[in-house]
Design a protein around this ligand. Structure first.
Ligand SMILES: Nc1ncnc2c1ncn2[C@@H]1O[C@H](COP(=O)(O)OP(=O)(O)OP(=O)(O)O)[C@@H](O)[C@H]1O
Ligand SMILES: [Mg+2]
Length: 274
């Protein structure tokens, strides 16, 4: 990797209150500017804990970090930032897309207003300018009739459109890094492919870095240049997506790849090659 890391997670250990062992143990993950990196692993392997820690979104009344843990985003040591600095960083430098759009959208506000409010929180200016920028973000997120969607409440939109609104909120302030935790797992296969294509286009057009979390190594194969494989809170293997998939070194990775190939044979929807 030649470019300096935009996200640098170093020896991250996270222990939830009341748990005898860390949920994530000594995990190091790097994402360079413009790079797309995946994290795969089974349920409970620590993917979301790592992703949330990357933006310091874990509830800190419930977690403890290991004394060696460091997380840098855009060169800033985020475990030492004040809440106001973190709020500024989230959205403008790095932002997050979660699996379930309902958890990111407020049901009582119109979709467009929620995108507009994210922009207003980060950028001074007139309400009309924020509205225009929100419409641009909705369009960039792959919504053809942005004006209509702008005025809809979340319940009036399909799951795919809701997730696109969340993506619009995430990209509205042009962050250098998108962290997406299972962003398409709640969507059906066709919509999933369309939303992944949108991420692909956004990253290419804007040079945005992507940290994509998925339990599906097929999704990561399509989207990412490098991949980290997690099992039981640790990274068991990492490397270029091509080498990890075609020449897995760890037994656990072999099992993941075999399961994905089996699915591929069955459904023809998972492609382990680009
Ligand atoms: N809020 C919490 N309180 C206590 N334990 C938690 C909490 N969140 C996660 N854990 C535990 O931490 C471990 C890692 O969970 P995490 O959600 O990071 O896994 P994951 O890889 O994202 O799984 P999934 O694929 O199901 O989303 C699990 O053992 C989980 O039970
Ligand atoms: Mg998770």
């Amino acid at each position: 990797m030649t470019a300096p890391a935009l996200l640098h997670i170093d020896r991250l250990s996270v222990t939830f209150a009341g748990s005898p062992r860390p949920a994530v143990d000594n995990v190091s993950v790097q994402v360079a500017a413009g790079e797309r990196v995946g994290i795969v692993g089974e349920s409970g392997s620590g993917k979301s804990t790592t992703a949330l820690a990357a933006l310091r979104l874990l509830n800190e009344t419930q977690v403890g970090y290991g004394s060696e843990s460091r997380i840098e985003v855009g060169g800033r040591d985020i475990l030492r930032l004040a809440e106001s600095e973190l709020t500024e960083l989230r959205g403008s430098t790095a932002s997050m897309v979660f699996q379930d759009p309902s958890s990111s959208l407020n049901p009582v506000f119109k979709a467009g207003h929620q995108v507009r409010d994210v922009i207003a929180a980060h950028r001074p200016g007139k309400r009309a300018d924020h509205r225009t920028a929100a419409l641009e973000a909705l369009t960039a997120a792959g919504i053809p009739d942005a004006e209509r969607v702008y005025g809809c409440y979340p319940f009036q939109l399909s799951g795919g459109l809701r997730q696109r609104v969340v993506i619009a909120m995430a990209i509205a302030c042009s962050p250098a890094l998108l962290v997406a935790d299972e962003p398409t797992s709640a969507l059906d296969a066709t919509v999933q492919a369309e939303v992944l294509a949108t991420f692909d286009r956004l990253c290419r057009e804007r040079g945005t870095s992507l940290l994509l979390i998925s339990h599906d190594i097929g999704v990561v194969a399509r989207m990412c240049e490098r991949v980290y494989v997690m099992s039981q809170g640790v990274v068991v293997e990492h490397g270029s997506t091509d080498s990890v998939i075609n020449r897995p070194e760890h037994e656990y990775t072999r099992t993941l790849v075999a399961a994905a190939r089996h699915r591929e044979g069955r459904t023809r929807q998972t492609r382990l090659t680009k």
